[in-house]
Design a protein around this ligand. Sequence first.
Ligand code: F6R
Length: 618
Amino acid sequence: MCGIAAYLGSEQAYPLLTSALSKLEYRGYDSAGVALIDGNGDIHLNKTINKVASLSENSSKASIKSTVGIAHTRWATHGAPTVPNAHPHVNNDKNIAVVHNGIIENFAELKAQLQKQGYEFVSETDSEVIPHLIAQQMKEGLDFESAFASLNRLLRGSQAIVAVLASEEPMICALRTGYAGGLAVFPDHNGGTITSDLSAILPFLKGTDVQVGVAFLEPHEIVTISAKGISYRDENGNVIKKDLVKMSLSDNVVEKKGYDHYMLKEIMEQSDSVLAATRELIDFSSLHFKSDNLSVLSGSSFDRVLMIGCGTSLNACSVAQTYFEELANLPTEIYSSSEFRYKKKFVNDKTLVIAVGQSGETADTLSAMSEIKALGARLVTVCNTPGSQADQLAEESYFMNCGVEVGVASTKTFISSLSILYALAIYLGSNVGYLSETAVRDKIADMLSLPDVIAETLKDADSFKEIAHHINFSNNFLFLGRGINYPIAIEGALKLKEISYIHAEGYAAGEMKHGPIALIDESLVTVAIATQDMLYDKMVSNVKEVKARNGLVVALVNESDDSLDSDADYLIKVPAVSPYLAPIINVIPLQFLSYYIASARGCDIDQPRNLAKSVTVE
Ligand code: F6R
């Protein structure tokens, strides 16, 4: 979603800001722009609806001498992706430029008031009210910093805002009003940098140093950067001191390593995911848990578990519902964060709430987390981003440790989330005496063998590609699964629709007869997940029902299973593992199918249309 970078220092700002934007590009965007302030205090804008690279290439702006600027990648909410709607936006006197992430809920009334007072708008965005509001407040006598601070009072909704005052002594101010994206401030002795994503700090670092000290803005705090230095204020205008948090950015240094797409590289990295995600929780040499890193779970007793997340993370929660119910014997509910936010909540200090999200920046999940926290529940997070807002909100964070996921479609973080959730369920089960010591050791040993099984599955990429080649003609896919593999059917369908734009549905196989069976004909592809578990026979019957109606079936079965050989049109064979770990193996061929189908259709796999890697608006 929208990305922000701002810089005031002693280096040429334009190349730094455009390379920061290229680091933000993976999040998904539809237009981008930079505002530079030159030595005379004039603003120079450069905007594009093309790739970020077009800002750097052949741009006359690159030669402008400027050490101050702000930059933005936009994901349209109000107004189409056009150059006038792209950020930065400026006021009518063109001495204030603004970039904004989030939605201004009261923008219509603010815009009407400003228009009445003669302020002219050139875009359809909500964001454009901000430079005009700052100008209006300055006209009423406030200085730039105080006028900027008044946004805290004037704007409704969740925002991250950076504004620059163009003058011979330029000044940058930034503010966060909610969970619409965090802002990290990286001071250096000549000024500082503000970015919405830690990876965007990389271009501003000297040499190979990837250890940095950053300050994270809390809601309503304001940072000001000028030639005089950096200062912070709280929402009442009092000067405050912010501690710098030491962050390692080494995980943010990502390359394609010879693969055509980040998504393919990330799929291929998955054999490392299980152990990387759980190495802080389990000592694999002794097959014991590291209780010190599980203090929320070890120090309390819970009467239920509630998991929240969105998209792929929500699918991970759905798989893990079985883990917590069957291994920890705890009633477990799952909710989409966006739904949970607006429902009546039954949580208390006996509820273990697990918020799952790779980015740690999903606005719906963050809002739900802050409400849950206020209600007194015990809140932990499974996420891939140390320092993210989810990490800051949670009592304890379990990091995926799988490196940045650049492809918009989540793959390796799904497997990492499942591995952590599986470990947490086993730990809770053993704590309450529901799982014997032997059962715990056996389950940990199963995890230890998983990397080899994943590696074996990845070796079959060519055969998955071959199947993709035969079925990529279809515009309709039905993914069927049961029990713990029902969420895998949903995840398979989600991956396919996200990157190939093909209509796909994930369905509980038992529900097929209650409606979707009407869709079946030779043009509908049914992908049936039928690996061995207690519901296997029922899945086999469902496959036969589809075949009896001339449907085209791709059956995902275990290697030793030949019972569907004559029924299925195409067979995907995967190694057998424990039913609890089968979702981790079964999702892999489905990731490959979507990848190769999207590739055959010439889709933009790493940056699919309309999608964003971090969904920072509601
Ligand atoms: C799916 C996908 C999205 C995300 C969702 C939640 O491939 O990438 O559905 O899973 O936007 O994002 P996080 O996990 O960052 O909260």
